[in-house]
Design a protein around this ligand. Structure first.
Ligand code: PAF
Length: 279
């Protein structure tokens, strides 16, 4: 079922009280990564709601917002192939931002300081603002997010804590192409050749994971930086190794701390991100 307005969703909810509602928030261009979140929600909840909304406040670059893929009909086809029972909420911008299209400001502490937070100023305030509005409308019991956006997942957990919401945030494993490229809506903007080439991002994370135990952080980073210098279609934005819990980049490892590698790179102007547990 496709619902486009808040009022129609309220009507739907009034006929479905006391149900466990699973939410999969998306910006559309639905792919198998979303598919796995939808399937998990279907298996754990009475009702699964997929929201499709390209949120203007989380884009710090107007060109990026303009280029973002919008494929509602195809999205509906893919979702309903998974299950006819899924509710798709695809609102107009006025439903989410009735007055002004602006972000609230949140204090996410260190979680929003580095990597995506540093390179996309205001991005996480935009994500927090839209999710607060979406949570308020959908009233989910559980909400599902992919680990591909690991920093976002940590921010959403913090958001729920800040807003004191009783929503269980569930992180789901990154879904990958055969060559390792993380599934992402932005992959729709890549040619078949570019998708092949984009596996360099995954390969860098694998290198970091394989060399983590016996190399210094500086050595690992140097290999990745040098590799990207030789890849002329790529522009590396950042490669960092950070604690899995505080998301603060490090220069030296500490024992008994879990670390992850985080990377963002432009491939012919398409911005791709990925991350991986290293130890
Ligand atoms: O990950 C996304 O697609 C978006 O950041 C989200 C969570 C749907 C908020 O707009």
């Amino acid at each position: 079922m496709l619902i486009k307005t808040k009022q129609n969703y309220i009507n739907f909810l009034s006929k479905n009280t006391k149900k466990v509602i699973g939410l999969v928030p998306t910006m559309g261009a639905i792919h198998e990564g979303h598919g796995s979140l939808i399937r998990q929600s279907l298996s754990e909840c009475d009702i699964t709601v997929v929201t499709i909304f390209v949120n203007p406040t989380q884009f710090n670059n107007p060109k990026d917002l303009e280029k973002y893929p919008r494929t509602l009909n195809e999205d509906l086809r893919i979702i309903h192939n998974i299950s006819e029972d899924v509710i798709v909420f695809a609102p107009h911008v006025k439903e989410i931002y009735p007055e002004t299209i602006t972000s609230k400001q949140f204090d996410f502490g260190n979680l929003s300081e580095f990597m995506e937070g540093q390179h996309r100023k205001g991005h996480f305030d935009g994500v927090g603002t839209v999710l607060e509005n979406i949570f308020e409308i959908i009233k989910p019991t559980k909400a599902y997010f992919g680990e591909k956006d690991f920093q976002q997942l940590a921010i959403v957990k913090k958001l729920v804590e800040i807003l004191k919401l009783n929503i269980e945030i569930i992180g789901c494993k990154t879904f990958r192409e055969l060559n390792g490229l993380a599934k992402s809506s932005r992959n729709a903007l890549l040619t078949t050749e570019e998708k092949e080439y984009a596996s360099e991002i995954y390969d860098s994370l694998i290198h970091a994971r394989n060399s983590f135990e016996n190399s210094t952080i500086e050595e690992i980073k140097e290999v990745v930086f040098n590799k990207f210098k030789t890849l002329d279609k790529f522009e590396l934005e950042y490669f960092e190794i950070a604690g899995e819990h505080d998301l603060v980049p490090i220069n030296t490892k500490k024992p008994d701390v879990k670390y992850r590698g985080f990377i963002a790179a432009f491939l012919n102007e398409v911005r791709l991100i990925d991350n991986m547990a290293l130890n």
